[in-house]
Every structure is written in C-alpha cells, then in structure tokens.
Write a protein that binds this ligand. Structure first.
Ligand SMILES: [Fe+2]
Length: 242
C-alpha cells in the first residue's frame, strides 16, 4: 500500500467504510487497536491546525509490552456538514536534512536522552514520542527549544506551536526541507495511511465528531518488537544507515 490511499468511493456508513480499510492492508496480523470518533469537544477543536504527529507515538524507550499503531483509517460520514478541513502528510523518508542525519545508534541515544531531560512525563513509563517536531528536535538539536514536558506537567501535547507556519519554521530551523501533501476527505469517503511512514496533521477546523477513526496495529507488542519498529522508522526517516 502507498503511504496514504484516498478512497473516493461513497460509503453509506462508517462500518462499511472502516471494514473496507481492512481490505487495503497487506498484513493480516494487524489488529484493531481502537475506534474513535473525533474530534471531541475541547481546545483541539478550536485550533485551525493540528501538529504533525504519529498516532500512538514512536516507541523510543519501551518498558514492557505496548500497542503500536501501523495504519489509521479516517472516514467522514455522509449527512454531516462538510468542514473542508484537510489531512496533511509528510513522508518521513522525504525529510532531507540539509546538515545530514546522524547514524542510527546516535539518533536513538539522542532520542532517549531527550526523553529523560525533556520529552517524557515520567521515566518509569518509558518514552514514546508522537510529535514529529520533537522527534526531529531530539535527533538534530543539542539545545531543545520546545517546552519540556518534564518541567511542565500540565503541558498539553500538540500545543507546541501557535500557528501552522510556526511548525514549518521550526522544522526549517532544524535544517529540514519539508514537503507536505494534503487530502480533503469528502463525506462518505475514506482515507487510510501508514502511520509510521508518514507524519500526519490537519489544516482547518473540523466539526465535533466529524471523523470516524480506526487504528490498526500490534497489540501489546514486546519490547524487542517495539525497538525493531522504532529503528526501522528512524532508518527510513534518515535515509538508511551511513
Ligand atoms: Fe492522528
């Protein structure tokens, strides 16, 4: 499957759309990790963008078995007002660093250090990072500029930037050329993407409960399995081992 597939068919209901998503996946071992109807009422609804992220996060330092999302399906039911909001994508393999990426071992060590100093609320829970900006900052910057979750217990993940342009500027400041694609899912349609191959976000404001989301992946994957996937994602992102 391509990193993302826009199925322009008009499905009559969320159940049939999300069942079709399963047929597009070429890995029969994947389980349904959850069904969500989003966005829920709250601060995220009011923002006119959502930062680029990986659902369930990248398992940087797993402690014990954990769920890892591999594919996400999004469907907008017919009959709802169409917000016109777009899902934005950035292929991780397209993130070419002007200053170059480090080798895999260095990247992992930097990510783990970022988790200890900055990114994890509580080290006893291990560290998984969903924010693309934080993953890139951890690997590329010696001096993190984003707010520390460790020092700000109340910090809401995903509110690192006040505007979409700030996120772009931040990634450019790390020396990254970022190429985005956008997909607008019309009512009835389906969008399926590979969660660890593209970071995704949103441009525009969605109506409450506009999206029906199904997440497919590995349930309670062991630590070695999580580290293997983490390393595969980083190698893909950084363009292969040096
Ligand atoms: Fe998401």
């Amino acid at each position: 499957m391509q990193p993302f597939v826009h199925v322009r068919q008009r499905f009559d209901d969320p159940a049939s759309a999300l069942a079709h998503a399963r047929d597009l996946l070429d890995d029969e071992t994947l389980e349904v990790l959850g069904d969500f109807v989003i966005p829920t009422p709250g601060p995220s609804v009011e923002r006119d963008f959502q930062t680029l992220h990986l659902d369930f996060g990248l398992p940087v330092r797993p402690v014990g078995p954990g769920d890892v999302a591999r594919f996400t399906a999004l469907h907008v039911p017919v009959g709802l007002p169409h917000s016109g909001a777009a899902t934005r994508f950035v292929r991780l393999s397209s993130l070419r660093g002007r200053g170059g990426w480090p080798d895999l071992g260095t990247a992992v060590r930097r990510l783990e250090a970022y988790g200890r100093s900055h990114g994890a609320h509580d080290d006893r829970d291990g560290y998984r990072e969903g924010s693309l900006a934080r993953i890139c900052e951890a690997v590329l910057s010696a001096r993190p500029a984003l707010p520390s979750l460790k020092e700000n217990a109340g910090f809401l993940c995903g509110t690192e930037f006040a505007a979409l342009a700030d996120e772009r500027d931040f990634l450019a400041g790390l020396g990254l050329d970022v190429v985005e694609s956008e997909v607008v899912v019309a009512p009835g349609e389906l969008l399926v993407f590979e969660n660890l191959a593209v970071a995704h976000g949103r441009r525009g404001v969605r109506g409450v409960h506009e999206l029906h989301q199904r997440v497919f992946g590995h349930r309670a994957l062991d630590e070695d399995g999580q580290r293997l996937l983490r390393d595969r994602v980083l190698v893909e992102m950084m363009g292969g081992p040096d």
